[in-house]
Ligand binder design. Structure first.
Ligand code: SF4
Ligand code: SF4
Length: 463
């Protein structure tokens, strides 16, 4: 069996350690699957954990990380593994993995089921192709670039007219009862890379903003807020733009996340190569690459390693940080001079972390940055996965399970403090919270931008 992703990182896995039972087929991919030591920790229902939302919402062992491993091992031991991957119980178990990466961090042996699912989807598609809905969701950034007005009007009409939503459910399998995020009429536009968005200040490092497709097309106020915050701290802000020799210089950069989520590895790698060509000169010039959306920015540091992208991916990954990671780092180094005041709006702030952010330990820097806002009353929620997980919660056959995942922890915790404001850095988390509550969650960058220059302003230089 030929694998589609690069699993060479697992080449030595299973040699003389606790890994056992490496399946006959699949090479290093099989070793990645076999890294499960069958402890069944993924069948815990600990409210503080992310792993494993599909098990916690169903209590079916087959829908835990280890349950998926057991089914995968059986398929990879079969005489014809490619055919065995289509077994209905395995297909269902993989279909209901939301790719949250909870297991990548919380399982004793860091089983990376989200990446294993990408290989699984790609293997299935190699035999049967991709469905219409998968192609539609994966290609959304391109659609929004080419046909923004039409896409926007269609989504808006679908959200307002039940019959259109039902038609969309019949034709494309998009859940009629779930509102779709609506693109903005005024997407984020950056000036040319030769024009810094913010003036240079002596001794300050330069920053490159990685504007993700969700921020660009749906919530441009987020990259604008990031720009305001970084500029207020005196950084020279540039926006990542296509490389000079890019074949589509007018098409915004994209990390490839929407393709990867659907198992379209080739298309994701093409987007990744284009992005790396744009970012590599910045990385080599020593600039930090800062992003707002965890699933996009962290993909550069994680999934890109499995796309066979070579040294460029490593160089760029070393310079890629989330906004909160960058600010916390600068603050620790006593370099941050951010004029933050007391929050403009009074009251408690509840913070819901994106699962991919939690998988890299990203909640600590988030806490550190929130502490920079004088007098901010905030709490980090232990609420697991929101259940939206990219497009999972928008899909007809998944919408009910997605709602159940949200109802496990997140929604009750939000309902217990209805007057609190909500910060959620993930686009899909915000969509899920809006769909299931009256809350209007925002990104950390917006909270910080609101606190710039407020009356009780002070310098946030600290350690
Ligand atoms: S996937 Fe991880 S947590 Fe689950 S049984 Fe295997 S080793 Fe244990
Ligand atoms: S990625 Fe998330 S849903 Fe999938 S097995 Fe791991 S913890 Fe479970």
């Amino acid at each position: 069996m030929n694998t589609i992703l690069d699993w060479s990182a697992y080449a030595d896995a299973g040699l003389g350690d606790a890994y056992a039972d490496i399946p006959r087929h699949g090479g290093n991919f099989a070793k990645a699957v076999a890294s499960c030591i069958n402890s069944r920790r993924c069948e815990a229902t600990d409210a503080k954990a992310v792993m494993c939302p599909s098990y916690r919402a169903s209590l079916e062992p087959a829908l835990s990380t280890g349950g998926r491993v057991r089914l995968l091992k059986a398929a990879l031991n079969a005489e014809l593994p490619e055919a065995a991957l289509a077994a209905p119980d395995l297909a269902r178990a993989m279909d209901l993995c939301v790719g949250c990466k909870g297991c990548q961090r919380e399982c004793e042996n860091n089983v990376d089921m989200a990446l294993i699912k990408t290989e699984y989807l790609a293997q299935r598609a190699a035999q049967h192709g991709h469905g219409l809905r998968a192609r539609l969701f994966a290609g959304l950034p391109r659609w929004l670039h080419r046909h923004r007005g039409l896409t926007r009007r269609l989504i808006a009409a679908r959200n307002r007219h039940g019959w259109l939503a039902r038609l969309g459910q019949r034709l494309f399998g998009i859940a009629a009862g779930v509102p779709l995020p609506e693109p903005t009429p005024t997407p984020f536009h950056a000036p040319s890379t030769t024009t810094p968005l913010a003036p240079a200040e002596a001794g300050r490092p330069e920053i490159v903003l990685l504007v993700d497709c969700f921020g660009r097309h749906f919530e441009p106020e987020i990259p604008r807020a990031m720009t305001a915050v970084l500029a207020a701290a005196g950084y020279r802000v540039l926006v990542a733009e296509p490389a000079a020799d890019d074949a589509e210089p007018r098409r915004p950069l994209c990390c490839g996340r929407t393709y990867l989520a659907q198992g379209m590895v080739e298309q994701a790698a093409a987007e990744a190569r284009r992005l790396l060509a744009a970012l590599l000169p910045h990385a080599r010039a020593g600039r930090w690459i800062i992003g707002a959306e965890p699933s996009c920015l962290l993909g550069l540091r994680d999934e890109y390693r499995a796309l066979g992208l070579g040294d460029a991916a490593r160089e760029v990954a070393d310079k890629a940080l989330l906004l909160e990671e960058f600010l916390a780092r600068e603050s620790m180094a006593k370099r941050l001079d951010l004029p933050l005041g007391a929050p403009a709006a009074a009251g408690r702030v509840l913070v819901h972390g994106h699962c991919h952010q939690k998988a890299v330990g990203g909640m600590k820097p988030l806490r550190k940055v929130l502490k920079l806002v004088p007098g901010l009353d905030f709490a980090l929620l232990d609420a697991g996965c929101c259940g939206m997980a990219g497009t999972f919660g928008l899909e007809r056959e998944h919408a009910e399970l997605s709602s159940r995942m949200a109802a496990l922890e997140l929604l009750p915790q939000l309902a217990a403090q209805p007057d609190a404001r909500v910060i959620a850095n993930g686009f899909s988390c915000r969509a899920q919270i809006r769909a299931h509550s009256a809350q209007q969650p925002r990104h950390l960058a917006q909270l910080l931008a609101d606190a710039l220059g407020t009356p009780a302003g002070r310098s946030a230089t600290d350690g």
